[in-house]
Design a binder for this molecule. Structure first.
Ligand code: DON
Length: 555
């Protein structure tokens, strides 16, 4: 008996040393991104006296070199900033549809969707990243612009050792395999890179050097624009000189909401992410969903039912706010979310066919990457940007060495037809010239009792919003430390298809209980890749996601 007790004590001691999972800690500043060289570039900028926005621009350009799956100059995204004095802003550099785009451009003669919204030259929206980074720097940066591009140029020119993760990804990409220029740039003499081999990208280095010397002008009206438009013309793409010359990133007001003692600052439309996060938190607040604990069937069920209802609203109401009225205030209002809460049966899943979008007031009528930065002055930046699918359209601009996005697939290609992420979307997100496709990217900053608490975000297409939601809930409602919240298994429901997707790591008993409540459960590999920072007293904690080869580093 005594031996047994001793054994139990040993187990507990062992557990307490393994658990909670430890983040990286630093006193002053922190960068967390999906790739180590890019994180290091950001930390170097911070150490050189740059602020969090400078570092965000440098990390963005570096990822375009070292994480070509998603890091980009040929895509777009969002940057959320909270300055240490409490001001906030949101930079929207989402791609826009070319002028020649049309609602039915991806349907064949019989009205069926083709794959050209996902692969090849016609899949791309007008890229926004270079304009976005320049706007961020011009308004809020402090170091000189060329300094911010220097690490990326060096990584592209001198090369960097290909990681195991990148080597595996390059080898398995069907997008890259379809395009001769992509094969030339992302293979070495006709064979795949092995981990440890040095990858150089001289054309990309030259394009970045031009951007460093003349700014975004090169990308939108200069030599890089010329190369991009020439390639588009030769391969049946739609992007013209006018499209590029007419692109400009814009600044928007972030969305803000509260949950218990937390204040969340997050992404407004054309992202559906912030609306989703706040709508779902509104439903959960006061529901008592958390009573049976993290990972319990009861809590997963209630959260999944909440998710299901938001995604029905997403399809009905959310799109580019410059083209359509989006009833944001109605969707996140207490009255509306309380109404949704009452519709949830805590014992039984409601089939998605019986769930339609609600009636909020004020309604008149899948590769991405996220990084988080906090600087020594307490400024926080969250960037999620993307080519959409892994390596985007698969097309590399000849002579300029960068991949183009396939963001057009985020539009409703045909109502009722699922997109790359299985999302069934609505009329409100149909294609129109210069329109921005609806996004799920959810860069988010959380305050607790008025003070900076956390900055986080994730890739994952439609799963981004539910990933950010769960990491936040795990910290706020289940008292997990940052790294545990990031590590904890995740689940996802998006209304249609009517499937509850669950990562491995949930107990088989829990899954059985969820099935008994009427959920169709499917086990999936992984959901999201979070890069997050949280304040822990005098310290900053940085958490990369163990599902990836990300890196947190600070000083
Ligand atoms: O903006 C969006 O919602 C999508 N283009 C994001 C794509 C994505 O996260 C893919 N990553 N796994």
């Amino acid at each position: 008996m005594r031996g047994c007790a001793r054994y139990l004590v040993c187990c507990l001691l062992l557990l307490s040393t393994l658990w909670p999972a430890q983040p990286v800690r630093a006193r002053h500043a922190m960068v967390v991104s999906r790739e180590g060289h890019a994180t290091d570039a950001g930390v170097a900028i911070l150490r050189a006296g740059g602020n969090a926005v400078d570092a965000a621009v440098a990390v963005g350009f570096a990822l375009a070199v070292t994480h070509p799956q998603a890091g980009n100059i040929g895509g777009g995204g969002f940057m959320l900033i909270r300055f240490s004095d409490g001001r906030t802003t949101f930079l929207d550099f989402r791609e826009r549809a070319p002028l020649a785009a049309a609602a039915d451009m991806y349907l064949d003669a019989t009205g069926k969707p083709t794959e050209s919204s996902q692969f090849g030259y016609r899949a791309s929206g007008v890229p926004g990243s270079v304009s976005g980074f320049e706007l961020a720097h011009r308004r809020y940066g402090s170091l000189k612009w060329p300094r911010l591009l220097a690490p990326a140029i060096r990584l592209a020119r001198e090369g960097f050792p290909v990681s195991y993760d990148l080597a595996r990804s390059l080898r398995s990409s069907t997008a890259l395999a379809r395009d001769a220029e992509s094969r030339r740039v992302f293979q070495r003499d006709g064979r795949f890179y092995e981990a440890g081999e040095v990858m150089r990208q001289p054309e990309l280095a030259a394009a970045l050097a031009r951007i460093a010397s003349v700014g975004s002008r090169d990308f939108y009206t200069g030599e890089t624009a010329r190369l991009l438009v020439k390639a588009q013309r030769e391969h049946g793409g739609l992007i013209t000189r006018d499209d590029l010359a007419g692109y400009q990133a814009v600044e928007r007001t972030p969305l803000v909401g509260t949950y218990k003692s937390y204040r969340l600052i997050t992404a407004p439309p054309p992202s559906s992410g912030g609306v989703g996060l706040l709508e779902m938190l509104g439903v959960l607040d006061g529901s008592g969903y958390e009573r049976e604990g993290a990972g319990s069937a009861a809590s997963i069920h209630f959260v999944a039912e909440t998710m299901r209802r938001f995604y029905a609203d997403r399809a009905r109401y959310l799109g580019d706010p410059d083209f359509t009225h989006v009833p944001v205030a109605g969707l996140i209002s207490e009255r509306y979310t309380a109404g949704l809460r009452r519709l949830i049966d805590p014992e039984r899943a409601t089939p998605s066919d019986q769930v339609a979008a609600g009636r909020p007031e004020g309604n008149e009528s899948d590769q991405t990457t996220h990084y988080s930065i906090v600087d020594a002055n307490g400024n926080a930046v969250a960037v999620t940007y993307t080519l959409n699918g892994s390596y985007g359209s698969g097309v590399t601009v000849p002579g300029a060495g960068f991949l183009l996005n396939n963001e057009m697939d985020d539009f409703t290609v045909a109502p009722g037809v699922p997109n790359m992420f299985g999302l069934v979307q609505g009329e409100v997100n149909r294609i129109a010239p210069r329109k921005r496709p609806l996004s799920s990217m959810t860069p988010t900053i959380v305050l607790r009792e008025g003070k900076f608490y956390s900055v986080l975000g994730s890739p994952g297409g439609s799963r981004i919003i539910t990933t950010v939601l769960q990491v936040f809930l795990d910290m706020a409602d289940f008292s997990m430390g940052l790294q545990d919240a990031v590590n904890w298994p995740r689940f996802h429901h998006q209304w249609k298809p009517d499937v509850l997707r669950m990562e491995t790591g949930f107990s088989p008993d829990t899954i059985k209980l969820l099935r008994a409540r009427g959920h169709e459960v499917e086990t999936v590999g992984s959901i999201g890749e979070v890069s997050a920072i949280a304040r822990e007293g005098e310290w900053l904690a940085g958490a990369a996601d163990p599902r990836t080869a990300g890196k947190a580093s600070g000083y």
